[in-house]
Design a protein around this ligand. Structure first.
Ligand SMILES: [Zn+2]
Length: 116
C-alpha cells in the first residue's frame, strides 16, 4: 500500500493546540495543521490524500508531505485538524492500526471528509 508507519513527533503535554506544517517532498504543496494537544501525529502524510480531499483529484501526487516540526509562520491559518477518532471513523486496516496505536486522524477543517 505504500503507507509508511513512522511516528516521530511526541505528544505535546501542555494540553494546548499546536500548529504544524507538512510539505510534500515531490510537489511542494503545504498543509497547515492543528493538533489538539493529546495523542500522536504522523511524521508524514500521503500528499495525494490531501489533494483528493480538496476536490482536486486531477492533481493527485504520490509524494509524502513531511512534518516541518512546528516551523509555522505566525500568520498561518490551519486548514487541517488532527482529531481523536471514534470506532465509527475506522474504514480500513490502516485506520485500525492508527486507532490501536493512539495516532490521531486528520480531516479538513469545516467538513467531515477524511484526509487519510
Ligand atoms: Zn505532493
Amino acid at each position: 500500500m505504500g503507507e509508511r508507519r513512522r511516528v516521530d513527533v511526541p505528544a505535546p503535554t501542555d494540553g494546548e493546540r499546536r500548529l504544524n506544517r507538512y510539505v510534500c517532498d515531490k510537489c511542494k504543496s503545504e498543509a497547515v495543521t492543528v493538533e489538539p494537544g493529546i495523542g500522536r501525529v504522523p511524521y508524514e502524510l500521503r500528499c495525494r490524500s490531501i489533494l483528493a480531499v480538496a476536490g482536486q483529484r486531477h492533481m493527485r501526487c504520490d509524494g509524502f508531505a513531511r512534518s516541518q516540526f512546528y516551523d509555522v509562520p505566525l500568520d498561518a491559518v490551519p486548514e487541517w485538524e488532527f482529531y481523536s477518532p471514534q470506532v465509527s471513523d475506522i474504514h480500513s486496516w490502516f485506520d485500525r492500526w492508527k486507532y490501536t496505536n493512539n495516532i490521531l486522524f486528520i480531516r479538513k477543517i469545516g467538513n467531515a471528509d477524511k484526509g487519510n
